[in-house]
Structure formats: structure tokens, C-alpha cells
Write a protein that binds this ligand. Structure first.
Ligand code: HMG
Ligand code: MG
Length: 312
């Protein structure tokens, strides 16, 4: 018998029966650490997350090692990892060189990451808004020809620290171009966490109006202003069923200083449990993993649920 607190399950109309959790802690979380986490710790983190029942674990990035030194060990990590049946380990790739490296590591799922704004395309990809598509197009074509699944992110889909609020129509235009290239999923990234629930609905609606099917949309909220869970609920009400989150609320973007951690997977799972929405994860195992990871990083997890359930 469990002795810990549990949410009472009370379902409500207009929500999906199941949500797919796309776990980004090992990539989005660890790319932002000041120090490089040892590769064995990364592998153990991913193995523990798989043990906790998560089935999509974004593992790392094949980006330029000088741009993100924290993930320079991508190939070594994929070698070390126990890749489990039924667990998908997508990786970020920005360009042909990244795809070559990912293919050498035997990955089955890659993600390109576009920007909705000119300034961030420049800062994060060293490309103009328009030129980023020329970089991604051959990656998507080659990856699909090799039988890989391809996800696309649109970063700064809500606000940009240099350009301010971003028009939903602009996000939809970028998203549509990525889907037309052959990407199968579009993750809407609130990189700096400025979005609010009505805004989340507007961005999703704009993408759907631009012919992106709602079941191809994922949401990726950073929790900088405490809005991530509210935004997620708004997205679920709009028909979205894939939610990005990071164990323990790790996260950020090294090229967007105002970005903090992602929506914590544990906070998401608590809400889904309360709503009676299935997700396949074991909350106790997640909390245990995040407490262990916080010990490795030397600071407590920002997740409210991790704090509450670990007495921290
Ligand atoms: P660049 O300097 O313009 O690259 O960087 P280039 O194409 O001019 O190539 C220069 C040299 O780099 C060449 O070597 C390439 O081979 C090498 P040389 O011929 O001079 O010896 N090179 C590479 N080496 C290893 N792996 C590669 C690679 N590419 C080129 N993949 C580039 C352009 C895109 C590579 C660079 O800007 C980059 O790596 N950016 C990544 C930034 C990043 O990872 N940001 C964080 C992820 S995005 C995010 O967190 C947001 C998200 O979570 C969603 C949200 O929150 O909104 C996804
Ligand atoms: Mg992110």
C-alpha cells in the first residue's frame, strides 16, 4: 500500500484518453548545464527514465561540439546506452554533418530545430530565417530515405528575447514549411516560457489553419513564468496528445539566456493522473530518478512534485 499523497482522479470533458510523453531531460536539460555531465551519468539517467516507463527519450544532439560542448559526447553516449525494445531515442540534428554522425550511431529518429524568428535563427543556427530551410531540407530528405522518423521543432514559437512576442501566423508559416518537407511531428517550442493558455490555443489554431494536423502537433513549454502546466492543459483541450517535458524540470537553451527548465515530467504526470489520462510512466520511479540526478548536479530539482514527494 502506498503512503504517499495521490491526486484524486476526476476526469473532465474534452480531453484525450492518452497522452504521449516526449521526455527531453537528457538533451534539453543537460545541454544547459554549466559543467559537462559525465557520459556514464547520462547513460544511467536515460536507463532509469526507461525503467520509469517513459518510451520516448530524446537522448542528445549531433550539433557542432563547439556550440554545445555539454553534448559533444553524443556518439559515446549512444554506444554506452542500453537501447531497449519499445523505447525510442530521438536525437537533434541541424545539418548534413549532424545526420551523418547520427546515422553512424544507428539512430532511428531525428529532430531538426527551426526558429520562428530571424534573430534566433541567426544566434542558434548561424543562418537567416530563410536559409535555415535550405539546411534542413536535405537532412529531412536523406533521413526519410534511410527510414528514419523526423520531428521538427519551431523554437521561439511564443516570444523571443530579442524580438518580443511572435505572431502565431509566423509560427504556422514556419511549421507548415517543415511539414511540407516531410517531417511527421511539429513541436511548438515556448523557448523562453512567455506563453499563456489563450496564446497556446492561438498558436495551435494557426498551425491547424495552415494544414498541420492537430495529431502531428506536440507542445514544448519551458516553465520560466510558471505557465507550462496551464498551457499544456489548454493544448490538450485543443486536441494535442504529445507533450514534451523534462524529468525534474531540467532544461534551457544555451543560446537563449532567459530560457529556464522545461515543464517537469513529474508535474505533468501528477496532472494527467488527476485527470485520469493514461501516460505509461511510474511517478515514484521518476521522482527517485530526479532526486538522484539532482544529487549528481549538486542542486535540488525545481519540480514542485519532486519537492513535495521527496520531502525536499
Ligand atoms: P556553422 O558554424 O555555421 O557550421 O554552425 P558550418 O556549416 O559553417 O560548418 C563549420 C564547421 O563545423 C565545419 O568543419 C563542419 O564540418 C563543422 P570544418 O570544415 O570547418 O572543419 N560542423 C559540424 N561538426 C560536427 N557536427 C555538426 C556540424 N556541423 C558543422 N553537426 C550549426 C551551424 C547549425 C552546426 C551550429 O550553429 C550548431 O551546432 N547549432 C546548434 C545550437 C544548439 O544546439 N542549440 C540548442 C538546441 S535548440 C533548443 O534547445 C530549442 C528546443 O529545445 C525547442 C525550444 O525550446 O523552443 C529544441
Ligand atoms: Mg527547449
Amino acid at each position: 500500500m502506498t503512503t504517499r499523497a495521490l491526486p484524486m482522479t476526476v476526469s473532465t470533458q474534452g480531453l484525450p484518453a492518452h497522452v504521449s510523453i516526449y521526455e527531453v531531460g537528457a538533451r534539453d536539460g543537460l545541454q544547459n548545464e554549466k559543467t559537462v555531465v559525465p557520459v556514464a551519468v547520462k547513460a544511467e539517467f536515460l536507463n532509469r527514465l526507461a525503467d520509469a516507463g517513459l518510451t520516448t527519450l530524446e537522448a542528445t544532439s549531433f550539433v557542432h561540439p563547439k556550440w554545445v560542448p555539454q553534448l559533444a559526447d553524443a556518439a559515446e553516449l549512444l554506444d554506452l546506452l542500453e537501447r531497449r525494445d519499445g523505447v525510442d531515442y530521438p536525437v537533434l540534428v541541424p545539418n548534413d554533418r549532424g545526420l551523418d554522425r547520427a546515422l553512424e550511431s544507428g539512430v532511428g529518429h531525428v529532430a531538426v530545430f527551426a526558429s520562428a524568428t530571424e534573430t534566433f535563427a541567426n544566434k542558434n543556427l548561424n543562418r537567416s530565417l530563410d536559409d535555415q530551410f535550405g539546411m534542413f531540407e536535405p537532412v529531412v530528405t536523406r533521413a526519410r530515405a534511410a527510414g528514419l522518423r523526423v520531428r521538427a521543432y519551431v523554437s521561439m514559437a511564443f516570444g523571443d528575447p530579442w524580438e518580443g512576442a511572435v505572431e502565431p501566423a509566423q509560427v504556422a508559416t514556419v511549421g507548415r514549411r517543415l511539414m511540407e518537407m516531410g517531417c511527421s511531428q511539429l513541436s511548438l517550442g515556448d523557448t523562453i516560457g512567455t506563453g499563456t493558455p489563450g496564446h497556446a490555443e492561438a498558436v495551435i489554431d494557426a498551425c491547424v489553419a495552415a494544414s498541420v494536423p492537430v495529431d502531428a502537433i506536440a507542445v514544448h513549454f519551458h516553465d520560466t513564468y510558471g505557465q507550462a502546466l496551464a498551457n499544456t492543459l489548454a493544448a490538450l483541450r485543443r486536441g494535442v496528445t504529445t507533450v514534451d517535458s523534462s524529468a525534474g524540470g531540467l532544461g534551457g537553451c544555451p543560446y537563449a539566456k532567459s530560457a529556464t527548465g522545461n515543464l517537469a515530467t513529474e508535474d505533468l504526470v501528477w496532472m494527467l493522473d488527476g485527470l485520469g489520462i493514461s501516460h505509461g510512466a511510474n511517478l515514484d520511479a521518476l521522482v527517485e530518478t530526479s532526486v538522484w540526478m539532482a544529487g549528481q548536479l549538486g542542486r535540488p530539482s525545481p519540480s514542485r512534485v519532486v519537492k513535495a514527494l521527496s520531502g525536499g
